[in-house]
Design a protein around this ligand. Sequence first.
Ligand code: PNS
Length: 168
Amino acid sequence: MAKVALFPGSFDPMTNGHVDVLRAALEIADRVVIAIGVHPQKSPFFTVEERTAMLEDIVATLDPAIRKRVSVMSFGGLLTDAARSSGATVIVRGIRDSSDVDSELRMAAMNAVTAPEIHTVFVAASPMNRHISATLVRQITDMKGDPSAFVPAPVAARLARRGARIGG
Ligand code: PNS
């Protein structure tokens, strides 16, 4: 049976660090479902439709043999419900540094109680990309800077429309 991994996040927007985690997830599982978590009480930088479109554009840039193993969805409820409905047995989360560890372990422990059959696997982004955060990418964009070193090209194009000065 094909092993399915759910790769959840806000992806507001997806960064090069997220791409590293996606590549690691593809090493672990046969299929990877990128799942955009939608928080009704939060106002995101990009709408869920925009984030879905960007993720699909990023997936389209992957090698065809890899691309067909990746899908994109959004969810508004519990992560474990999204994992179960996707047929995932693994949840993949990226860890940047020690500041991520406590909250990620807490979330994994809660999810292990609600869905004991699903395991959370932690992946480190590459050293080159480990410092990147979507929050800082949004801040650079708001301040008319150039965040293109930190994000895949389809995201850079969208950020340009939101005021980022791509290419200096
Ligand atoms: O990229 P982010 O913002 O760290 O992603 C957070 C996300 C979407 C994975 C997280 O908010 C989440 O799991 N939301 C679903 C709600 C849920 O299941 N809550 C209980 C977890 S203990």
